[in-house]
Design a protein around this ligand. Structure first.
Ligand code: SF4
Length: 163
C-alpha cells in the first residue's frame, strides 16, 4: 500500500484496504446526532451544507467507548440497520460525517489532519492528544437502561476543524 495513496487517488479509486485505512478511528460517526436544520426542511430531504449537525454524548450500542472501535464492524448492519455506511458509492451522504472525518476532508480537498494515525505510523496518540477522538470523553451507551434525557450533552470538539 502506497504511503500517500489518499493524495494519489480519488476516493472512488481506493482499494477496499486503502478505504478502510483512511478511517482515523475517531468514533465520532458512532455518536447520536441532532440535526439543526432550516424550518422548511422536509423529512426525506438530504442534509445541506448550511445545516448544522451536533454530536451528543451518547454512543451507538455497538461502540466500544474505550477503544473507539465498533464491536461488530463486519456485521453492524444486522444489528443497526440505519448505520450510515459510507462508501465510494454514497459520498453524497458525507455531510453526516464530522468535519474532521478523514473521508470528508479528502472529499472536500482538505487532505488529512496533522494528527491522523496514517501520518503517525498508525498511532492514535496524536489524535487523542488533540482531543479529536471519542475515547477519553465521558460517553453513555444508548443501550444503558439508566440513561435519561437530562444526561444528554452536545459535544464540542476542541480542534473541530484543525489543519
Ligand atoms: S468519523 Fe470518519 S474517520 Fe472518524 S471513525 Fe467515523 S468514518 Fe472513521
Amino acid at each position: 500500500m502506497s504511503v500517500q495513496f489518499w493524495q494519489q487517488k480519488q476516493l472512488h479509486e481506493l482499494s477496499s484496504q486503502e478505504w478502510e485505512a483512511l478511517c482515523d478511528g475517531c468514533g465520532k460517526c458512532c455518536l447520536h446526532k441532532i440535526l439543526d436544520a432550516r424550518d422548511d426542511v422536509e423529512d426525506d430531504e438530504p442534509m445541506r451544507s448550511d445545516d448544522t449537525l451536533h454530536y451528543v454524548n451518547v454512543t451507538c450500542q455497538l461502540l466500544n467507548a474505550e477503544t473507539g472501535q465498533c464491536t461488530q464492524y463486519a456485521e453492524r448492519l444486522k444489528h443497526v440497520p440505519d448505520c450510515v455506511v459510507l462508501s465510494p458509492e454514497n459520498l453524497e451522504r458525507i455531510l453526516f460525517m464530522p468535519a474532521s472525518c478523514a473521508y470528508r476532508r479528502v472529499y472536500e480537498g482538505r487532505g488529512l489532519p496533522s494528527w491522523h494515525p496514517l501520518l503517525h505510523g498508525g498511532s492514535r496518540q496524536a489524535m487523542e492528544a488533540a482531543g479529536m477522538a471519542t475515547t477519553g470523553y465521558p460517553l453513555r451507551n444508548e443501550a444503558d437502561p439508566s440513561l435519561t434525557e437530562d444526561q444528554l450533552q452536545i459535544i464540542t470538539w476542541p480542534l473541530y476543524d484543525a489543519p
